[in-house]
Design a protein around this ligand. Structure first.
Ligand SMILES: [Ca+2]
Length: 337
């Protein structure tokens, strides 16, 4: 078989709820699109199934040219994770997957052992910002039938959610911060600083930059009341104080330093470490060194970390800046892979 290496399949218990599979589809973050609510064409047909979500599924996808498609919200675009809940008695049928009219890949779907026993196949897809047409079609080169119960789409974020391969530096020299994608707050460039007003976890990502292992640096100035700093290994971004998966390392105006992680699905926050350092006036120079599970936070020019801990929740994602309950100024944002 030639199952794509980034595809994942889980077979579920008969009549049971599909297990939540694959790191790309945290529950609660994916949008659900029932197949029966999509567009069927070419002979595909909706039928009832008590084991299917919503009581219905789309079948007859063995017919030449038969298809089921739906409109998915791609958010800000980038990479997405698509989960297809399906059933088939056929051994390794194939179907062609299209996004916005372009063939993405031929899916190879392991048998679920019954037309009413559902499994979930997870794969990655490209998404454009806004609406995307996603289609499963039986092409001439495809084989066998499947019944599709539902689709789930999670927006992983812009390109660059993998590891950085080249250094990145922005000192915000121009009046507009090009290449940054904000989530919440009013962002602008003032006196060659990237500035944001006070609010709950306002953040902005260097859109095309990924970060896995490496060093992040920024000069940060904030007002009293909250932390400002860098976000890294971030995915599933949204507007909201903890609406992302990933880490945040920040400093407050009095020299307090914090490292923690947010989990978007739970809209939750876990503090990993805090430390009080000597207050300083003006800008704090903050650095984060992430190597595997090791995360070290440095302040100023010291080579001794003020926070030195381990956490393995997130391994790669976007990088950016964030201010939580304080206005902030950022400068000299740098990624060193
Ligand atoms: Ca369904």
């Amino acid at each position: 078989m030639n199952l794509n290496v980034d595809d994942r399949v889980t077979i579920v218990q008969l009549g049971g709820t599909p297990w939540d599979v694959g790191p790309g589809t945290p529950s609660g973050l994916a949008s659900v699109y029932e197949a029966e609510s999509g567009s069927v064409a070419g002979g595909a047909a909706v039928s009832g199934d008590a084991n299917a979500s919503g009581g219905h599924k789309v079948g007859n996808l063995h017919v030449g040219g038969a298809s089921v498609s739906f409109q998915a919200d791609g958010g800000i675009g980038g990479e997405g994770t698509l989960a297809i809940t399906y059933a088939t008695s056929i051994v390794y049928p194939t179907k062609s997957l299209y996004v916005n009219g372009a063939l993405v890949k031929q899916l190879v779907l392991p048998t679920t052992g019954s037309w009413s026993r559902f499994a979930k196949l997870t794969t990655t897809i490209p998404l454009q910002p806004g609406s995307n047409t996603i289609m499963i079609k039986n092409n001439a080169s495809d084989y066998g039938g499947i019944d599709v119960d539902k689709f789930e789409v999670a927006v992983n974020g812009p390109a660059g959610t993998g590891a950085a391969t080249a250094p990145f530096f922005d000192s915000f020299p121009s009046a507009a911060a090009a290449g940054w994608t904000p989530y919440g707050g009013t962002w602008g460039v003032n006196a060659s600083n990237y500035v944001v007003d006070r609010g709950p976890g306002y953040k902005s990502f260097a859109t095309a930059q990924g970060f896995a292992d490496g060093t992040l640096k920024a000069d940060i100035q904030s007002a009293a009341g909250g932390y400002a700093g860098v976000v890294f290994r971030a995915s599933y971004p949204g507007v909201g104080r903890y609406a992302f998966n990933g880490y945040f390392a920040g400093v407050d105006s009095g020299g307090g330093v914090i490292l923690g992680k947010a989990t978007a699905g739970a809209n939750g926050w876990t503090t990993l470490a805090t430390v009080q350092t000597a207050p300083a006036s003006g800008y704090y120079h903050l650095e984060v060194k992430a190597t595997g599970s090791s995360i070290k936070v440095y302040l100023g020019s010291s080579t001794v970390p003020v926070i030195d801990t381990t956490d393995s929740s997130f391994t790669s994602g976007m990088a950016g800046v964030r201010a939580d309950q304080t206005s902030a100024r950022f400068d000299n944002f740098r990624i060193v892979p």
